[in-house]
Design a protein around this ligand. Structure first.
Ligand SMILES: C[S@@+](CC[C@H](N)C(=O)[O-])C[C@H]1O[C@@H](n2cnc3c(N)ncnc32)[C@H](O)[C@@H]1O
Length: 384
């Protein structure tokens, strides 16, 4: 049994509306849909999905806390890496995917302004129209001076881009396919609706791309995990528009060997609801986040296939320290003891191995940019 906080009656109604649309989709599809379609609908159905509807998700009052919500020092480090890259372009831009509350964009621009290195534009590609509104409100309240620089997009621009593409905790929110290795074939987890609830149903896959990709992994019979084929297409779409510059990807995950470790034989799918983590994506539909860890080897392979250069891969702790996290902390006024201690505590959350320091990784992909990147200048032992 789940011991999760009960949702508010309005939230229950909201979830029932979303559930009804997913049931219709399942009926139209003949009784089952693949799990990745369920995840896509649960998170992104316009107006109803977890990310598309107006509920509070980020921060202490929401369901989970991301690094830019913990402390502005995170964005200040990212800004230092951006400064080094932007210095190579006369009119470089930044494009941020899935900007959440918008706080990272605000803090990056505030830092770049101080460093006298503002981009010509800061694009925010946000597929949730509700989050776009929340991000605009964040800029209006915290940094209205940058509103003329910021442009919200709902899809990638058609024009090639010079500068930086950022994505913090975006890849883990891209829908995954769940597979089981069977003796003679690969089955894919599907979702059906029966007895007033969503339920799992396995089906041998006829999807050749999935079959080939899973077979290549050489996993034992009975092994269950996820594969994110949509992520590979996402990397290709980014590569298609990056003329010159850097893609900076920050997320939790592992290289292939650890991702498909013999002991991790049930996958990495996690749900987040009011700071409780659990593994059942079929409940609280539209009210909880559904995520999977990122396979960074697969990301690197996709990048290389798309003619991007893997310029750096390291832990979040190494990256932030190389970008000067400790210097930024020590430059705070120590007489303001309360703030100093608070920031020091938050820095610990970002870098301790038992917190976000090692599970979170940073990967830089570049094109036509041949410089040793600041954030990867520390001892580079993290292997793909
Ligand atoms: C876990 S939240 C992270 C938000 C924010 N980056 C942060 O660190 O607080 C995931 C975000 O990714 C966005 N997202 C997921 N897939 C996306 C895509 N294909 N394009 C743009 N945004 C996407 C979601 O709408 C959401 O804003």
């Amino acid at each position: 049994m789940h011991s999760l906080p009960p949702p508010h009656p309005d939230a229950i109604l909201h979830s029932q509306r979303l559930t009804a649309t997913i049931i219709t989709a399942i009926e139209r599809a003949g009784g089952i849909i693949p799990f990745n379609e369920f995840m896509q609908r649960a998170l992104y159905t316009p107006g109803l999905g977890y990310y598309s509807a107006g509920m509070r998700k980020f921060g202490v009052d929401g369901d989970f806390v991301t690094a830019p919500e913990i402390t502005p020092l995170f964005a200040q480090c990212i800004a230092r890496q951006c400064q080094q890259v932007l210095a190579n372009f006369e009119s470089g831009v930044i494009l941020e995917f899935g900007a959440g509350s918008g706080i990272m964009a605000v803090d990056i621009l505030k830092t770049l302004e101080k460093l006298d290195c503002l981009p010509t534009h800061y694009f925010i590609l946000e597929i949730s129209s509700n989050l776009q509104l929340q991000q605009k409100a964040m800029f209006e309240a915290q940094a209205p001076q940058f509103l003329s620089l910021v442009k919200w997009l709902s899809k990638l621009p058609a024009e090639p881009l010079q500068g930086i593409i950022l994505a913090n905790e975006v890849m883990d929110a891209i829908p995954v396919q769940i597979f089981t290795v069977q003796a003679d074939n690969i089955s894919e987890s599907h979702i059906t609706y029966a007895d007033n609830s969503f339920q799992w149903q396995e089906q041998v896959t006829s999807n050749e791309i999935l079959q080939q990709a899973v077979t290549k992994l050489e996993l034992p019979v009975g092994y269950v995990s996820e594969i994110n084929l949509a992520l590979l297409a996402w990397i290709q779409s980014i590569a298609d528009i990056l003329e010159a510059g850097m893609v900076l990807l920050i997320d939790y995950g592992f290289p292939n060997k650890e991702f498909y470790h013999p002991q991790r034989n049930k996958g990495t799918l996690m749900c987040h609801y009011r700071h409780h983590s659990h593994i059942d994506p079929l409940i609280l539909v539209g009210l909880q986040d559904i995520t999977a860890h990122v396979n960074f080897t697969a990301v690197a392979d996709a990048a290389v296939s798309a003619n991007l250069h893997v310029a750096g891969y390291t832990t979040q702790a190494n990256f932030l320290l190389a970008c000067g996290l400790a210097d930024i902390l020590f430059s705070l006024n120590p007489d303001d003891k309360q703030n100093y201690l608070k920031q020091a505590q938050q820095v610990k959350t970002l870098i301790l191995p038992s917190e976000m320091g090692e599970l979170f990784k940073v990967m830089a992909l570049t094109r036509n940019l041949d410089i040793p990147l600041l954030g990867f200048s520390k001892d580079e032992r993290t292997r793909l």
